[in-house]
Design a protein around this ligand. Structure first.
Ligand SMILES: Nc1ncnc2c1ncn2[C@@H]1O[C@H](COP(=O)(O)OP(=O)(O)O)[C@@H](O)[C@H]1O
Ligand SMILES: [Mg+2]
Length: 249
């Protein structure tokens, strides 16, 4: 247990019950995400990447094992306590943006601050700054359907960052974007990591993208089968596994 850990999972498992059948999505995963890290998670479709991200982000609870987010054990937290911890520690970016469709970019970004009891004016000022940070100052009044996919993902990133999280979790954030737009979004995430020290954990199918991260984690069948941080000569080895050429879920 290092003081440096932003998130720590110890032998975490997650089993889903589906029509009376149990599906083991994660079968005992241990990993530590340190502050400021840049981690890529790769692995075939169905290997448990999204399940792991949901757990690391406090969107879900493990069936067994221990999970600490921001130094707190999530076991036994009420949903309200969990939401508070998440709001204080984690930013989440999804493949399909998850923006409120009838709400302006500015108010989408300001929303997470509502739970902090900040005044409306302060929230909007802060949201405007975040939108400027992601290059969208000229779009603050636009609703999601008035924005391109890349712009919507930038809004989602601004929303994830507005609470100044220690960790940004991004689950295939470029999955719905064309190559060039996706590259720009990834560049933004990298910049946030290097310039602002936000730890970034990124699920990707793109081997080249994964190799740009300092650490690569490969999953298969609900397990971590390779972690470059654990290997000798940490972070220097190639990404193993068939991370490319699959259909994202
Ligand atoms: N809500 C759910 N209910 C039942 N099974 C699920 C659920 N979510 C995911 N799974 C199953 O868990 C496994 C891992 O899924 P997931 O974490 O989404 O993988 P990945 O993101 O790597 O594609 C898959 O077999 C998937 O079908
Ligand atoms: Mg997934």
């Amino acid at each position: 247990m290092t003081g440096d850990a932003a998130i720590e999972a110890i032998d975490v498992a997650r089993t889903y019950a589906l029509d009376g059948v149990s599906v083991s999505a994660l079968r005992g995963v241990s990993l530590t995400i340190a502050h400021g890290e840049h981690v890529a998670v790769v692995g075939p479709s169905g290997s448990g990447k999204s399940t792991l991200m949901h757990l690391l982000g406090g969107l879900d609870q493990p069936t067994s094992g221990r999970l600490r987010i921001g130094g707190r054990d999530v076991a036994g937290l009420t949903p309200a306590e969990m939401a508070h911890l998440r709001n204080a520690t984690i930013g989440f970016v999804f493949q399909s943006f998850h923006l409120l469709s009838r709400t302006s970019a500015l108010d989408n970004v300001a929303l997470p601050l509502v739970y902090r009891g900040q005044g409306a004016r302060e929230r909007r000022e802060r949201a405007a700054l975040m939108l400027e940070r992601v290059g969208l100052s000229h779009r603050i009044g636009h609703k999601p359907n008035q924005l391109s996919g890349g712009e919507q993902q930038r809004v989602a990133i601004a929303r994830a960052l507005v609470t100044e999280p220690a960790v940004l979790l991004a689950d295939e954030p470029t999955g719905n974007l064309d190559q060039a737009t996706g590259a720009a979004v990834l560049e933004l995430l990298e910049q946030l990591n290097t310039a602002e020290g936000v730890a970034v954990v990124l699920v990707t199918h793109d081997r080249e993208v994964a190799e740009r991260a300092r650490r690569q984690i490969t999953m298969r069948d609900g397990r971590i089968v390779d972690d470059s941080a654990a290997a000798d000569g940490a972070g220097t080895g190639p990404v193993t596994g068939d991370a490319s050429g699959e259909v994202p879920r």
